[in-house]
Design a protein. Sequence first.
Length: 167
Amino acid sequence: MTATMTRPTTEMVLRSRTAAELMRPNPVSILESATLREAIAFLVDRNISGAPVIDEAGRPVGVLTQSDVLVHDREEVDRIVPREFESGSPLPRELWDSFQMERVDTTAVRDLMTPAVFSVTLDTPAWKVVEHLRDLNVHRLFVVDDDGVMVGVITAMDIVRKLAPAS
């Protein structure tokens, strides 16, 4: 016999009215001219799965995610075959079979990013932000000011953090 637990039904309420209340201000971002190597260090050092890509004026032009990096790496890795070694090499030839070498990828972020920019304004109603995330099937939305400059970001987790039981 299996015991089943029933949870009380609790209605959840979003405790924000606008995108401005949901967003995290001043999000970290990557310049579109950054190299893949710089972008990987950026994502790893900050322990984030993706970041907005901006142009020199601070306007969002795309998103770079770990998935974009992985797809590119799978498609573009350039393996290096070592040259014959001169006598006196510090490593015996038989050890080279246990190494893998590849060229450093200097591809620009602009060539890897997903160029779609999904954004909302500061005064977009919170319910509409939730609808956009759901309908677009994305994990993050940019928040832009009247000049189109990115001032914040809203992720699905930001929405979850603003949910509370209805009183």
